[in-house]
Every structure is written in C-alpha cells, then in structure tokens.
Design a protein around this ligand. Structure first.
Ligand code: LER
Ligand code: MN
Length: 280
C-alpha cells in the first residue's frame, strides 16, 4: 500500500514548497498527529543531524521516514555536482554519501534533485556532463553498497535547465543501468513538461522510486485543476507501491494545506489502491 507522506524542513523561505517547518522531531510529531504515514525531511547535511532524536521521534510517533530531500545544499548553500570548483563538487558528494547512509539506517529513499546543479551554474560549461556523471556514479556506488534507493527527480524547465522530462529521466536511468537508481516524479513538474502525464507514468513503470504531489498551481492537491485521478490510476497500473509526499506551497496556511491534502490523498489511495489492499 502506498504511504501518504509530507515534506518538512528546519528553515526556509515562506515561498519554498515544503510544508512543515521547525525542528525535525517536532515536525515528525505534527505529521503523525495530522494522520500522515510518513515524513520527508529536507536536509542540508545528514551527518550534522541529531539522528538519535529523529529516530526516537519516528518510533514514538509510529511514522516512517519515507524520503530524504537533498535540495537545501544547492538552494541554501550553493553546493552541487556540476560546480567548476572541485571542492564544491567533493562536498556535494560527501553530503550525498551522508544522506545515503542515513537512508540505510531508516529505509528512506534518497532524492537527487536540485543538487545535480544546472548547466548555467557551471562556469566550465563543456565539463558539466563529466562532473554530473562523477557525482551520480559516487551516489550509485554507495546506494548499491548499502542497498538504498536513490531517486532522480525530473524538474521542470523553469527550475532546471536540463533533464526536465520523464523520457529524459528514463534515458538517464537506462544509461546508468543500476537497480538502485530510480525515477522521482513530481506532479507539479510533470504538469508543465509532459504531453500526456498518465502515459509517461506508465512508460516509467517499475522505474518509479518516489512521487511528489501538488496541484497545478502548487497548492495542496484538490485546490486547482491537476487530474490526480488519471495519475493515481497510472501509478497503480505501473505497480508503484512507495510513498507519495506532499510538496506544496503553504497556502492558505500550512496546517490547512496539510489537512486538505491528506483528505484528497487518502480518497485517491482508497479509490485506486483499495482500502488495505496491496497494489498490483
Ligand atoms: C524542486 O522544485 C522540487 O520539486 C524539489 O523536490 C527539489 O528538491
Ligand atoms: Mn519535487
């Protein structure tokens, strides 16, 4: 059965589409009280976390860590795979290795999204593919060693100047050929890039490793006109059985967004996966 999850970060701008804010142990308690099955923590550096406290909060709240978001290294600290600076590239890899080790301790999927960097960020333009390859290979090696899933997020053209579509994501995965590298789909990005979202999901099939949901305007699911019915039907047909994490703006306020989203996510899950029945 898929898990309903919610994103959290310790600190970020109001406009960042991550829902719960504050110390992670508090966010975990809030997610559980709201009725979520799991939480996705967006972390700059996993090796600097108080893991004992987080693991205790997860245990006490009876929810799981579904996923680790790794974008804050890029968005808050300018650390990414494709920097022309070798120290920044090494630091990006060190942080990803720390996230993957935390994933091994918790069973969480580790996201590779914004940390890949953009072409425009690399002042040594001709070399970004080589730097990206090295970053990805280091992650895949550690993920295979520790049996962790790393999920590559396809991000729309307005936030990333390359690797924007599901088709490009599939080609990327095929190039690496590792069972531990999966695709991470986000309804907000797919709504911008995919001509037929349900078809893209079915094509991605068993390669799907993680899912983010927000409506077409990036508010909570149910607020605008994204077709969640066809997305959930396609996820079920693809045999997807992982987590679906709410990554939306905080409008009208975080608690309302989290509650209304969970209502819609639960209704969709019951309808397309059946109450308590495992997916196909
Ligand atoms: C960025 O828009 C996004 O969707 C995040 O999941 C990236 O970490
Ligand atoms: Mn996302």
């Amino acid at each position: 059965m898929i898990k309903n999850s919610i994103t959290a970060i310790e600190q970020a701008a109001w406009s960042t589409p991550l829902v719960l804010r504050g110390p992670f142990s508090d966010c975990i308690g809030q997610a559980a009280r709201l009725g979520y099955d799991g939480i996705e923590l967006h972390v700059a550096d996993s090796s600097a976390l108080n893991k004992t406290k987080i693991l205790r909060a997860l245990k006490d709240s009876h929810i799981c860590l579904t996923s680790i978001g790794t974008g804050p290294s890029y968005s808050q600290y300018g650390i990414f795979f494709t920097s022309e600076d070798p120290e920044i590239r090494a630091e990006a890899i060190r942080r990803m290795i720390g996230h993957i080790r935390f994933g091994a301790e918790t069973g969480a999927v580790v996201i590779i999204g914004l940390i890949k960097g953009q072409k425009k960020d690399c002042k040594d333009a001709a070399r970004y593919p080589e730097y990206f390859q090295a970053g990805m290979e280091a992650c895949i090696r550690e993920a295979e060693r520790l049996d962790v899933t790393v999920a590559f997020e396809v991000i729309d053209r307005f936030e990333s100047d390359w690797l924007n579509t599901v088709e490009e994501g599939i080609a990327l995965l095929d190039g690496f050929g590792s069972d531990h590298l999966k695709l991470h789909l986000d309804t907000f990005h797919m709504n911008i890039e995919e001509p037929n979202i349900a078809e893209s999901i079915r094509r991605a099939g068993k390669r799907i490793g993680h899912v983010h949901v927000a409506d077409s305007d990036r508010w909570y699911p149910g607020h605008a006109h994204y077709d969640f019915e066809s997305t959930y039907a396609a996820l079920r047909d693809a045999g997807y059985d992982g987590a679906v994490a709410l990554e939306s703006f905080l409008y009208p306020d975080p608690k309302t967004a989290a509650k209304l989203a969970l209502g819609k996510m639960t209704e969709l899950r019951d309808r397309f996966y059946g109450n308590g029945v495992k997916s196909v």
